[in-house]
Design a protein around this ligand. Structure first.
Ligand SMILES: [Zn+2]
Length: 69
């Protein structure tokens, strides 16, 4: 008699299934996990500050220096 068993590394359930990969750190993004996706790139929560900074780089200014140019 044969029993169908899953490998120990594979976890079942609504949370935990790999759904992608963070474009910045390469970490596996899991189902149910919060993250950000923009312009074909994904970011995990840990990488969000760097991700947002890169995506909004065109909007970056240094306040107070416009008149000194
Ligand atoms: Zn990341």
């Amino acid at each position: 008699m044969h029993f169908k068993t899953d490998p120990p590394a594979v976890k079942r359930g609504p949370y935990g299934r790999p759904c992608g990969r963070c474009s910045l750190c390469g970490r596996t993004l899991l189902r149910g996990e919060q993250g950000w996706y923009l312009n074909g790139r994904s970011a995990c929560a840990d990488c969000f500050p760097a991700f947002a900074r890169a995506e909004l780089a065109d909007c970056e200014i240094v306040f107070g220096t416009e008149e000194e140019a």
